[in-house]
Design a protein around this ligand. Structure first.
Ligand code: IPM
Ligand code: MG
Length: 348
């Protein structure tokens, strides 16, 4: 029987508890293949104890896995971003996970904060470039500490780096049962370097004559995501804009408790995670929604090639959301994290 080896990094805060539910659902969704889980202790506790993020040996082992499920990272005992960067960026850059794929799908109307929008209006996917932009360069501080201090952060966009994510976006539009449209979101009217993105986009689009192409500035995109989310199918954008747009996207699909994403290098070990943070104040209280982690686990199965199981997980989540058993997906739902996991299992 085919066996997939899945790394599990629960991480910080609510990460371990939501990840446990995702693993529970994965185990129950297994059908005609086997999943083998490899647990890793990485996160803030581990860092504070050992001063290491992901040791070399573990990183080499991760490279041999089929995929990784990541919970959440971030802890008030560490300076902002230290552990996030030490672990998330090590995985994203170290494994060259150039696609950050973030579907924005409204499963049931009652979750949507926008008046009058229904599931048919909110069904898009963001392909966020995941290895370049202001995320990849070093920061430089000149005359640090003086009144003349200047901080410089370069934002880099390469032709190759842009081409591979834009091509992935067109391939995604081709496969999706959607509007067959790709929108490049940039800020080419102010950021001169974004001219390259436009040229790469036009170049790649020539190979996809059946797909409609569109350009939008990131500020206008924020407006349209609220006003006319139905106008989007696939969005392709830079690392930073993708980061920002997908938090907005999470809200229009019902909140951070439901938004999942994958850090992907097609055909290679890739990392799937809920896009929410570690929410330290809810740690261990069983108040957090595990649905984002569960949907991330579904994306993981799709990535390794188990599309049927992936679809079953998504359908089960949809059923739970449509039922009255789960009044909301925020921490005030009153339904404990593990109970929500059980509901998904019951609907598989
Ligand atoms: C995300 C997060 C990360 C990012 C942080 C934790 C560095 O916000 O995955 O969206 O900016 O990419
Ligand atoms: Mg973010």
């Amino acid at each position: 029987m085919k066996t997939y080896r899945i790394g599990v990094v629960g991480g910080d805060g609510i990460g371990p508890e939501v990840t446990a539910e995702a693993v529970k659902v994965l185990k129950r969704a297994q059908d005609g293949y086997r999943l083998e889980f490899v647990d890793y202790p990485f996160g803030s506790d581990h860092y504070l104890r050992t001063n290491e993020f992901i040791p070399e040996k573990a990183f080499e082992e991760i490279k041999t896995l089929d995929a990784v499920l990541l919970g959440a990272l971030g802890d008030p005992r560490c300076a902002p971003g230290v552990v996030e960067r030490g672990i998330i960026f090590t995985l994203r850059f170290g494994l060259d996970l150039y696609v950050n794929l973030r579907p924005i799908r409204l499963y049931t109307e009652k979750l949507c904060p926008i008046k009058g929008k229904t599931p048919k209006d909110i069904d898009l996917v963001v392909c966020r470039e995941n290895t370049e932009d202001a995320y990849s360069g070093e920061a430089r501080f000149e005359k640090k500490g003086s009144p003349d201090e200047v901080a410089i952060q370069e934002a880099k966009y390469s032709w190759k780096g842009s081409e591979r994510i834009i091509r992935y976006a067109f391939e995604t539009a081709r496969k999706r049962n959607g509007k067959k449209k790709v929108t490049l979101v940039d800020k080419a009217n102010a950021v001169r370097a974004h001219d390259l993105l436009r040229r790469v986009f036009d170049h790649v689009a020539k190979d996809y004559p059946e797909i409609q192409k569109d350009n939008a500035y990131v500020d206008a995109t924020c407006m349209w995501l609220v006003k006319n989310p139905e106008s989007f199918d696939v969005i392709v954008t830079t690392n930073m804009f993708g980061d920002i747009l997908t938090d907005l996207g999470a809200m229009i699909q019902g909140g951070m408790g439901i938004a999942a994403g994958g850090n992907i290098n097609p055909g290679k070990v890739s990392v799937f995670e809920p896009i929410h943070g570690s929410a330290p104040k809810y740690k261990g209280l069983k108040k957090a929604s595990p649905l984002a982690a569960i949907l991330a686990a579904g994306m993981l199965l799709e990535h390794v090639g188990e599309k049927t199981s992936a679809e079953r997980i998504e359908a089960a989540v949809k059923k739970v959301l449509e039922s009255d058993a789960l009044p909301s997906i925020d921490a005030s739902s009153g339904v404990p994290t593990d109970r929500v996991g059980d509901m998904v299992v019951a609907n598989l």
